[in-house]
Design a protein around this ligand. Structure first.
Ligand code: PXP
Length: 246
């Protein structure tokens, strides 16, 4: 069965919109992660960005302490964040591009253009007992480079597939690229994950891609949670207002 890693970044995005700079606020991404685990998530994914636009340092330390499944830390290959990851010891780090020069034309990490730096970080993580995943486009050169770097996992970037979903021709072409990429990676003994832009509409067709182990999904799950929970939230507030004696 496919495993689900839930990305809780967007819970923090909502909190930061109101409580930026404060030590506490709602919604709490750690509490959200525990709900995801209870519902059957295989792991929790969080991206500690260099600009800290959503997850804060305290969030990832609390996630590390509180969650019972696997912590997948998405991160740029930057000295500051590498240092934090080596202390935090997530189960997996997924190296992602944050800066323009680290990105391939298709949006994933430019593994082929950063062999030395990525191999160095891969070794340091593995030496600390942390598995390494590289977030790359389904591009043969990037997959080949990921194997040369020695990463255990690749996460195929499904953004182009998701964006082309409205056009059957483009969508099928993107699906073919994902299928070919997954086969190539599997033949190179890489574990194959996928993510970005996956939602309740485009997920069923992704079943055509072989060798997938885990999907990392964030935005659509958090969006669905808002819509699924909004009615109850309004009812609870109305219940508090009902007793007003004015
Ligand atoms: N995988 C990676 C590497 C990501 O950076 C993200 C977040 O952008 C996701 C998966 C989840 O994407 P989404 O929020 O679109 O589901």
């Amino acid at each position: 069965m496919l495993k689900l890693g839930v990305n809780v970044d967007h819970v923090a995005t909502l909190r930061e919109a109101r409580y930026r700079g404060r030590e506490e606020g709602e919604p709490d991404p750690v509490a959200a992660a525990l709900v995801c685990e209870d519902a059957g998530a295989y792991g929790i994914t969080a991206h500690l960005r260099e600009d800290r636009r959503h997850m804060q340092d305290r969030d990832i330390w609390r996630l590390r302490e509180r969650i019972k499944t696997r912590l997948n830390l998405e991160m740029a290959n930057s000295p500051e964040i590498v240092g934090i990851a080596l202390k935090l010891k997530p189960d997996i780090v997924c190296l992602v591009p944050e800066r323009r020069q680290e990105v391939t034309t298709e949006g994933g990490l430019d593994a082929a253009g950063n062999l030395t730096a990525l191999t160095d970080t891969r070794k340091r993580m593995n030496d600390a007992g942390i598995e390494v995943s590289l977030f790359i486009a389904p591009d043969p050169a990037q997959i080949e480079a990921s194997a040369r770097i020695g990463s255990q996992i690749i996460e195929l970037h499904t953004g182009a597939y998701a964006e082309s979903f409205g056009s059957a021709v483009k969508r099928d072409a993107e699906l073919e690229r994902l299928i070919a990429g997954a086969k190539q990676a599997h033949n190179l003994s890489l574990k194959v994950n996928a993510g970005h832009g996956l939602n309740y509409q485009n997920l069923p067709l992704l079943h055509r891609v072989p060798h997938l182990v885990e999907l990392n999904i964030g935005h659509s799950i958090v969006s669905r949670a808002v819509m699924a929970g909004l009615g109850n939230a309004v009812k609870e507030m109305l219940a508090l207002m009902e007793t007003y004696g004015g």
